[in-house]
Design a protein around this ligand. Structure first.
Ligand SMILES: Nc1nc2c(ncn2[C@@H]2O[C@H](COP(=O)(O)OP(=O)(O)OP(=O)(O)O)[C@@H](O)[C@H]2O)c(=O)[nH]1
Length: 462
């Protein structure tokens, strides 16, 4: 990304330098005179697309987005050498937001097309010589393309990492049923082994024995298992054993179509048994060792790791928008936690974090999500709770947490308090807005004396 930014900056500077000053003036005028109108046309068109409606509400468009597009157009068209760094940063920021919200790239492409198509007649209509108009057209379209390209680059960059987190979350959810999955796969491996044994004992044709890589277990392992546990050495050993087992089977098949010789039969069965036993042991180890926290849980508190925030919010925001149900967050901070650490040691601090994490966990429903957000900060996503219910849960958590005592190294009982900021989802597709609102409410809770919960109120700014 870094080298791309350096390259694109040079290109943008080149475009500005090679454009004559009076064309710059014309472009600035073009933006000043038409940005508002273009923004109207842009959103009228975009909102006819059902895909766009999932991401944009009319209210957002009216209150924020139209204005932002006006600003964007004016800035891109009047860009001077001194503005390039800032403009690149803006495009990257917008690209990041698009990725976070999960706007489909084809929607962005459609928007670009609408803008350019509507810009061309406006240039033709302007006063000036034909040659100047061609230069203006070239400068305007190139500037817009540069801006959109940076946006798209950042978008794809962000998208691929957010897709990775989606995938991690999927794997994490799957491993929540690890016990079940383990038993199923061990069963599947055993069933293949039994199949081989029966065939051998019945002196059946060896061709009727399926290769392990083609059997249910092998297919599961190659398509799913190896990805669930990717990066762990045992995965490689299992893959090798599967290959080796197939080799044994193929070689024996060649040597003898049936097992008339008893010693050949015994050798073969022993080798197969030996390999499947090893595979089973390795697989059992993999499932047992990869405890949840390594995949998605915070090690200390066993709560969700914040890297799943985006994946979970994306799903829950889509759900809330589609079904019109409530979505809310609580941002929780332990009061004066530094004093606890400093006064009683880090281990006591850790004990407190563990205890209150349990309170969070015990006081939300199973459809809610509890994240460790930072050191002594926690974030709870509440599904389908009204503002009153959200505050009720916040209050219950606050009250219960104050009753949690831990024993300090000098034998004293130590309790703590929490400050909580709550916010209700208002329809903005970018979850960071919601978290920011909760953060403002948390700030107010701290300012109003700590050990309290506050609901975000746009009229009561921090
Ligand atoms: N024991 C322990 N401490 C941690 C952990 N992570 C972060 N911290 C500490 O948490 C403290 C957080 O303190 P601050 O956020 O500065 O504020 P505070 O003392 O809670 O004060 P207020 O938030 O203003 O009430 C810092 O001292 C961190 O070192 C952890 O995993 N274990």
């Amino acid at each position: 990304m870094q080298s791309y930014v350096a390259r694109v900056k040079e290109e943008w500077l080149g475009l500005i330098r090679e454009t004559e000053p009076h064309i710059h003036e014309m472009a600035r005028g073009l933006g000043e005179d038409n940005a508002r109108n273009l923004s109207e046309i842009f959103y009228t068109n975009i909102l006819t697309d059902p895909q766009a409606v999932d991401f944009l509400t009319n209210e957002q468009v009216e209150t924020h987005l139209k204005k932002s597009l006006v600003m964007w157009l004016k800035r891109v068209l009047s860009c001077s050498e001194n503005d390039v760094d800032e403009l690149i940063a803006i495009q990257q920021h917008v690209g990041e937001i698009h990725a976070r919200i999960g706007i489909p790239i084809q929607l962005v492409d459609m928007g670009a097309r609408i803008l350019k198509r509507n810009l061309i007649p406006l240039i033709i209509e302007r006063s000036g010589s034909d040659s100047d108009k061609i230069k203006l057209l070239s400068f305007s379209l190139s500037s817009i393309d540069l801006a959109l390209e940076i946006m798209a680059r950042t978008f794809t960059f962000g998208e691929s990492s957010s897709m990775k987190e989606d995938e991690n979350y999927r794997i994490f959810s799957l491993l929540e049923n690890a016990e079940e999955e383990k038993e199923r796969q061990l069963g599947s491996l055993l069933s293949w082994e039994m199949d081989v044994m029966y065939n051998v004992m019945l002196e059946a044709d060896l061709d009727s024995i399926q290769l392990i890589s083609r059997a249910d277990f092998g297919l599961w392992f190659n398509h799913k298992g190896r990805h669930y546990f990717s990066g762990i050495a045992e995965v490689g050993y299992i893959a090798k054993l599967i290959q080796e087992t197939d080799q044994i089977l193929l070689k024996t098949r060649e040597a003898s179509r049936t097992f008339r010789q008893k010693n050949l039969r015994n050798d073969f069965m022993l080798q197969i048994k030996n390999n499947t036993t090893q595979i089973a042991a390795l697989l059992r180890g993999l499932f047992d060792d990869v405890s949840k926290h390594e995949v998605g849980m915070d090690v200390l508190t066993k709560l969700l790791n914040r890297r799943f925030l985006a994946a979970i919010f994306k799903r829950e925001i889509t759900h809330a928008n589609r079904s019109g149900t409530n979505l809310s967050v609580l941002l929780i901070d332990v009061d004066k936690f530094k004093e606890i650490n400093d006064g009683h040691g880090h281990a006591t601090g850790d004990d407190i974090l563990r205890k209150i994490s349990q309170v969070f966990y015990d006081n939300v429903r199973s459809s809610d999500y509890v994240f460790r957000y930072g050191g002594d900060e926690f974030l709870i996503v509440l599904t389908e709770a009204t503002p009153a219910e959200t505050m009720h849960i916040a209050e219950r958590i606050r009250a219960k947490a104050t009753k949690q005592a831990v024993t300090t190294p000098d034998g004293k009982q130590l309790t703590t308090t929490l400050s909580i900021g709550a916010a209700m989802f208002q329809g903005h597709p970018d979850y960071e807005r919601l978290v920011q609102a909760a953060d403002e409410a948390l700030y107010i809770a701290k300012r109003n004396g700590r050990n309290r919960a506050e609901m975000y109120n746009p009229n009561n700014k921090a």
